[in-house]
Design a protein around this ligand. Structure first.
Ligand SMILES: Cc1ncc(COP(=O)(O)O)c(C=O)c1O
Length: 389
């Protein structure tokens, strides 16, 4: 069964007051070397075969020199932390001017846990700004992802446990060593500030989508499928559409084996889903929702669904046929769209979300093939079993 579980939250949920996103992160990103607005692709073949008016794919497989959107959040958060330490926003046009301004600070060492993309982004920006990065990773992380972290100059620390254990150890490590800045893309009670900045950094993607669509189509997006690990990306989607297009429905997508937000939504409180989390959608292998973003998702998501690995693999293959090389995590949003739109047994759910042939759908292609071995396997086999690590 491709869509394993589906949850429609009750309509009478408590609203959460959200500060509307602003364009400051976008303006900052525009000044970063190599910035271009990533392409918004019309996936017309898929739209026709699935019976939707439009399917837009925001292609984040190459962003500021990295193969995932994650650098948008890491860069804005690191920049914000550094200017706070400096006590002012320096004048800069080039990255070397920015590095010079930051060189006046006491040395900064950033610490984070990662399931791949966020840590790589932190290490990449640390290198550009002249800071150090220490990145904690779970046991069994794909070698290609560890090599990519080291290639960015990160000091990689392997943890005996899951991604969630790596998050706990990153906080303990930062405290024990002292003088560290914890740059976590998830949050817990008492530690939400950096995660909030990361969510704001992701807003760049949604403003770019807004600008690109307004040039070619008069109709707004009806449905957004957004993949969820700890929920920070989904929080950025909810914040954007909640503020600017409240009729747009945001649907959260998780691997069935790591569905911490799905379980939390059903329980009405944050629930931990114990590992091991071995989905091929490696960026979503998280067992605990981010504390800061959970209330936003609880109030703002229109539905939650969980997928098996085979549906992510089908989506990888479909995108590859359309000429797009997208990794399994990156393809999970379109995987959910393919499974839901094509599923006749879900007619009631689709009706209640207003999904039909008039629908304008947005999916986020959030990463390229960051683990080439797993990607190659996805292309060569129609279905896969559980990931071995
Ligand atoms: C490629 C990719 N897409 C989506 C996500 C989900 O983001 P979040 O953990 O903020 O829910 C991740 C998380 O690492 C990711 O790496």
């Amino acid at each position: 069964m491709p869509i394993e579980r589906f949850f429609l939250p009750p309509a009478n949920r408590t609203a959460v007051e959200l500060a509307p996103p602003n364009r400051r992160p976008l303006e900052f990103h525009r000044r970063m070397p190599g910035y271009v607005a990533t392409p918004l692709v019309a996936l017309d073949g898929l739209a026709t075969s699935l019976g939707a008016r439009r399917i837009w794919g925001k292609n984040e497989t190459s962003r500021l020199g990295l193969p995932s959107f994650k650098v948008l959040g890491a860069s804005w958060a690191i920049y914000s932390v550094a200017i706070e330490r400096l006590g002012r926003e320096p004048e800069w046009q080039t990255i070397s001017q920015l590095r010079e301004a930051f060189a006046t600070l006491d040395p900064i060492t950033l610490v984070t846990a990662t399931d791949g993309n966020h840590g790589r982004a932190v290490a990449h920006i640390a290198k550009s700004f002249g800071f150090r990065a220490e990145v904690l990773v779970q046991q069994g992380m794909a070698k290609a992802r560890i090599d990519a972290l080291r290639a960015e100059g990160a000091h990689v620390i392997q943890v005996d446990g899951s991604y969630d254990d790596a998050v706990d150890e990153s906080a303990a490590h930062a405290e024990k060593e002292g003088g560290r800045v914890l740059l976590s893309d998830t949050s817990w009670e008492g530690n939400t500030k950096v995660c909030d900045l990361i969510v704001r950094g992701y807003s760049t993607m949604f403003f770019e989508i807004e600008d690109a669509i307004s040039e070619v189509d008069s109709e707004p997006i009806d449905i957004v499928f957004v993949q969820m690990g700890v929920g920070s990306l989904a929080a950025a989607a909810v914040a954007h559409y909640g503020a600017f297009h409240p009729r747009t429905k945001v649907i959260g997508v998780e691997p069935d084996s790591a569905a911490c937000l799905f379980e939390s939504a059903k329980a009405g409180k944050i629930v931990k889903v114990p590992g091991p989390h071995l989905s091929v959608m490696a960026g979503l292998n998280c067992g605990l929702a981010s504390f800061a973003t959970w209330p936003m998702l609880q109030a703002g998501l229109s539905a939650y669904l969980t997928l098996d690995d085979a549906s992510a693999v089908r989506a990888v293959r479909a995108l590859s046929k359309s000429g797009l090389a997208v990794g399994e995590t990156g393809a999970s949003g379109i995987a959910a769209a393919m499974e839901l739109l094509g599923d006749e047994a879900r007619t009631l759910e689709k009706e209640s979300l207003g999904i039909g042939e008039h629908s304008n759908v947005l999916v986020l292609l959030t990463e390229g093939p960051t683990d080439p071995a797993s990607y190659g396997e996805a292309l060569s086999r129609p279905t896969v079993g559980p990931k071995s690590g």
